[in-house]
Design a binder for this molecule. Sequence first.
Ligand code: NAD
Length: 255
Amino acid sequence: MIKVGVFGASGRVGKLLLEELKNTPDMSLSCVYVRNDLDFSIDPSVLVTADMRSFLKSCDIVVDFSLPEACEILLEEAVKTPRPLVIGTTGLNTHQLNLLKNASELMPILYATNMSLGVALLSKLVNLAAARLDGFDIEIVEMHHKHKKDAPSGTALTLAESAASGRGLDLDKVRVSGRDGNIGERTKDEISVMALRGGDIVGRHTVGFYNDGEFIELNHTATSRSTFSKGAIRAASWLVTQKAGLYSISDCLEL
Ligand code: NAD
């Protein structure tokens, strides 16, 4: 039985992870990390702790859906008590991404800004389309619920990276994140990534390739957050047997 620790257990995705684990053969919830008291009931056999070391020592693998500052604390502690980590938290800054890369020298880490199979495949399709549809303008639009804190979404940035790499471009040099005022015509290589927020939208991403006379739009819509929790559990069962290193969701799905 694989003992799973959930980091961010009281969050929207975290709560679904706890439910998912109840129905997952060969895996059980062993511990949750909390800053304050837990605001819902949990099986008494599960360790509920605010002590990171005890949390890490009580599980075989950690699944994290929290916030960047929380994920940073997890990574700092994990290098002292290494455990395989499935990281779903988005919006990590350069320092936090470096921590993640360094930690992956000591333990297997799967970092995915989107755990769904559909988005993993979409990312491949975007890379192919960007490479083949030479001269088409690439524009990305993402929509999420009003509570989402980071923008644009980690998924939109991952898709933009796939598009840029298909074109042999450096995303940092070509990314546009807003247009306002008399800014002039669109430049050839720019890749825009625009974020809309409202209501309870779980996640919608559209990557458009626009040319004179035709366009293609590749679209993914998540209709339930359970697609992320299910994907993260699948990633955990794969990651637990891997050696130290940094993995993507495509590695796990063998796409
Ligand atoms: P949420 O706000 O509902 O939950 C955040 C959780 O983090 C809560 O349990 C909160 O208590 C915990 N937390 C916050 N600060 C903390 C700290 N300092 N120490 C410990 N715990 C702390 O958010 P959510 O909608 O569940 O999303 C969580 C993260 O996962 C976000 O970054 C979101 O963008 C990302 N996300 C990723 C995917 C994916 O497939 N990779 C899918 C959906 C959401």
